[in-house]
Design a protein. Structure first.
Length: 174
């Protein structure tokens, strides 16, 4: 489902925003770490980690429809909106949890190490508290639709009801 350009973009360390459907029918949108995992059929699923008691997990169990946005911020040249169905899976041995920690805590040398003067130091894996081992779950989103989007206006919007700063005439809802 993802082309090479999308896979390269999603392979970078960045936050996603996961939206699940709450009990009240409104979206529950949260920032979250993610990773890609190749599926047997050549497609890719998105993986997330959550606690069993988290609202996003309860929502996914009640209604598996979910949406994820990655990128699209003013500093990005592109972004992706991905919709699909989400499944909740156990994470025995916290394999997915440690994978996320390694991906986000380690970062890349150019983004993390040199910026903080950590060149040459070994990354020490942070571990979640052992008492929550049984509560950690993996959330797997199987994409049904993926759409690439580009920010149309990189300027900051003005007050509600006025034309945006780039002059496109688009108006924000009050």
């Amino acid at each position: 489902m993802f082309d090479d350009r999308a896979l390269a973009f999603l392979g970078e360390v960045r936050f996603a925003r996961l939206a699940t459907i709450g009990r009240d029918g409104f979206p529950h949108n949260v920032p979250i770490w993610f990773d890609l995992e190749p599926a047997a059929d050549g497609t890719h699923d998105l993986l997330f980690v959550s606690d069993r008691a988290a609202t996003k997990t309860r929502n996914a169990l009640a209604d598996p429809r979910a949406g994820v946005t990655v990128g699209g911020d003013r500093s990005d040249t592109q972004g992706y909106l991905i919709r699909g169905t989400i499944t909740v899976e156990d994470d025995p041995g916290q394999v997915v949890t440690h994978r996320m920690i390694d991906r986000y805590e380690a970062g890349t040398p150019s983004r993390r190490g040199t910026a903080r003067g950590l060149e040459g130091r070994r990354h020490r894996r942070a571990s979640p508290p052992p008492d929550v081992d049984h509560q950690r779950l993996g959330l797997r989103l199987e994409p049904l639709l993926s759409r690439r989007c580009r920010p149309k206006c990189r300027a900051r919007p003005r007050l509600a009801g006025s034309a945006n700063a780039c002059g496109s005439g688009a108006r924000r809802a009050p």
